[in-house]
Each structure stands twice: as C-alpha cells, then as structure tokens.
Write a protein that binds this ligand. Structure first.
Ligand SMILES: Cc1ncc(COP(=O)(O)O)c(C=O)c1O
Length: 390
C-alpha cells in the first residue's frame, strides 16, 4: 500500500545530499554540498557557549530574540541604508530554507503561478509544490547565465503571484546587475507580483561588484520578502539560522507558517548571532578576500585540469564544463565517475534544472568553501585527469 501524499509524487531525494553520502562512502573530497570545512570565528563560538551556560536554553520569542532582530535592523541600515522595524518586519527562522517555505506557503494559493529561474537551488521547487502552486521556469542559459527579457515579461504577463530570485546566484555565480534588477522590479510592480529574494550570499561578491537588495529599488519595499542567512557568512550552516525581512502585512503571513511549523529558531544560537552581526567591517572585507583567493585557485585548478569555466561573480560555486575532457556530456555519469576514479564529489549540472535538464548537461558544480589543505588535495587529484592511463 502506498501511504505517501500525492503532493510528494514529483519530489526526489536531493541529489546533493545523496551524492554527498556516496562521496563520504568512497572517501572522496566533498565539494558537492556548499558548506565550509573550517570552524566559525572564535568569538561566535564563545558567544554560543556563553549563551548555553547562561540559561538561554528554552523557547525564544517566536519571531526571534528582540536583541537579534535589533541587530538585523542595524545591519540592514549599515549595509544597505534600509530602515527596518525590528518588531514588525523581521522574523528569525531556522535557516534560509525555512524562510523560503514560510514565504511561499504564506503568500501563494494552490494553482497560482510562481516564476523561478533555472538553474535553481533545490529548495525552491518543493516550496512551490507544497503550496500546491505551479512553477514557471525561466532559463538562465550557460555559459552567461542571463535571462531573456521578453521571455520573462511574457511569463509575468500570463499572470503570476510571485517570483523567487536568488542573487548572488547558486549555482551559476551570477550577481544580478542593477539593470537586471530594475527590469524585474518594473515587472513586479506592473503585474502586481511579490518578490521572494534569497540573498544568502549577500556578502560574497567579487571583483568590485556590489550586492543590491531588490527591496531597495523604487516600488519594491512593500512587495519584497528579503531572506538572508547566517550559515554561509559565519561558517555555521549546521546551526540552521536565517531571517526574513518584509513589510508588516507580508511578515504577518509568513510568521503564521513559521509559528506553527517551528515555534522558534534555536535560542542560544540566536544570541550568538548578535555577536556575529556586531563584528566590524574588517570581518566582511577579509571574508570576501578569503573566498576570492579560493575562487581564483579553484578556477586555475579547473582550467589546468581541462575544464572550461568562468570565474563566478559571487557566492562560492563554480559551474564547470567538462566536455573538453572527452568523457561525453552525461553529467550524472561523469559526477559518479569523478568520485570513483578521482576521489572528488561534485553536483551534476542537470540537477539544478527542472524543466530543461539538457541545459545542465556537460556541467558539474564545484563548491570551494574549503581549507587550503583540502583545495591542495583537490588540485593533486584533479591533475590526474590529464593522465593517459585513466
Ligand atoms: C541559494 C541558497 N539558498 C538557501 C540555502 C540553504 O540555506 P540554509 O542552510 O540557511 O537553510 C542554500 C544552501 O546552500 C543556498 O545555496
């Protein structure tokens, strides 16, 4: 007998997590899932330890500790000049993942349409499916990963409730320009759509680029849910902390989902995030520098090993084209072969495309938030791709 709900019929286990499991089994270097293999800053660890010892071990207020919401409002003002009301417009969540689900379930009715760019982070589609809604996929075509204006406008014209936007973008590394964002903002206003913006990589932008929150564009503040995370910025992906910023009316609906699904995010870890957010600008400068060095090294390693790839503009992934290696273009097969024969785990490109998986053929995604030693091992292992004896 089949017990599973029909709404799950089209969902499969996350390829990223299954390939990571396989990679662990085979002793591969794990460059599939995007998490650091180093510890968070010492002061953040110490703050969490203090909070645990000082009795912050029970439920927090559902919307988040007041001092953390205040620190988030200050951060939004410090980086983007925004004026956010910490009581009415900020909700602390269990990671960006929960915030995306709370946003989509909070605003989208069954049967309504939601625009999503593909390639896409794997959480977006399930959030739409859980809401009983319909995804409208707009391709970002490799190698440039830009959208077609006419295609996007046609999608809006046909009637949509929301668009999910992720910039800096995983997996392509694109950081949407102010022209692209203005175009999207214009369409949202004209066709009365809500923008759900996943800005988890807001601090990881390279080569003098800046991250522009869509909410700061004219006309967008009341129709945008901005979702940010702590996991990537402070190397704490396992702490499961993020937050959503939105107008009071949008906040009220997403808070209903948050309240009844999770009650609150972990209390002592929220307390530690106040310390994290109060770190000086120099922390963010060195973070960018740290990842820039890794990005450049990863690109060099991949090109030397025979991959074709563009340096990402932001985030910490490289989509690499492996077709020049002469092993065909089946990315799933190639990703497993790379684990078995070379000892490096990555993610098949097609797994990020839902409607048109052929766009991801020939690509695999490398994550580079890793220690120098780890990247050294990767370099050494990938250099074997040049050997004639494989
Ligand atoms: C674009 C994007 N959104 C969301 C997430 C998940 O965020 P969290 O771990 O805070 O739930 C990730 C993780 O890799 C991501 O790349």
């Amino acid at each position: 007998m089949k017990y599973g709900a029909h709404r799950l019929d089209h969902l499969q286990e996350s390829i990223i997590r299954s390939i990571t499991r396989y990679g662990i089994e085979k002793g591969a270097v794990l460059l599939a899932q995007g998490f650091p293999d180093f510890d968070p800053p010492e002061e953040v660890l110490a703050a969490a330890e203090r909070a645990l010892r000082q009795g912050l071990n029970q439920y927090a207020p559902t919307w988040g500790l007041p001092e953390l919401r205040k620190a988030i409002a200050e951060k939004s003002s410090r980086f983007y000049g925004q004026k956010i009301d910490p009581d009415r417009e900020i909700t602390v969540t269990c990671g960006v993942t929960e915030a995306i689900f709370a946003a989509v379930l909070g605003i989208v009715n069954p049967g309504e349409r939601v625009i999503v760019f593909e390639p896409a982070h794997e959480q977006f589609y399930p959030s739409i499916v859980f809401a009983g809604a319909v995804p409208v996929w707009i391709p970002l075509r490799p190698p440039e990963f830009r959208f077609d204006n006419d295609q996007l406008e046609a999608a809006f014209k046909s009637g949509v409730k929301a668009i999910i936007l992720n910039s800096p973008h995983n997996p392509s590394g694109r950081v949407f320009t102010s022209q692209e964002l203005s175009f999207i903002a214009r369409l949202c206003s004209e066709y009365n759509a809500v923008a759900v913006c996943d800005e988890i990589y807001e601090h990881l932008v390279y080569d003098g680029r800046t991250h522009i929150p869509l909410a700061t564009l004219p006309g967008m503040v009341d129709r945008t849910i901005t979702i940010c995370g702590f996991g990537k910025t402070f190397a704490i992906t396992g702490w499961r902390l993020g937050y959503a910023i939105a107008s009071e009316s949008l906040t009220n609906v997403l808070r209903k989902v948050h309240d009844f699904t999770t009650v609150c995010a972990p209390t002592p870890l929220q307390a530690a995030m106040v310390t994290a957010l109060n770190m000086p600008d120099s922390y963010y400068d060195s973070l960018r520098e740290f990842y820039l060095t890794r990005r450049n090294r990863m690109i060099r390693t991949l090109r030397d090993s025979g991959f074709e790839c563009q340096p990402p503009e932001g985030a910490y992934y490289v989509m690499a084209d492996f077709r020049a290696l002469g092993r065909g273009d089946n990315d799933l097969k190639f990703a497993y072969w790379l684990i078995d024969q070379i000892g490096v785990a990555t993610v098949p490109g097609s797994s990020f495309f839902a409607s048109n998986s052929s766009l991801g053929r020939g690509f695999i995604r490398f994550a580079f938030p890793k220690r120098d030693e780890t990247l050294g091992i990767v370099e050494e292992r990938l250099s074997r791709l040049r050997s004639d004896h494989l």
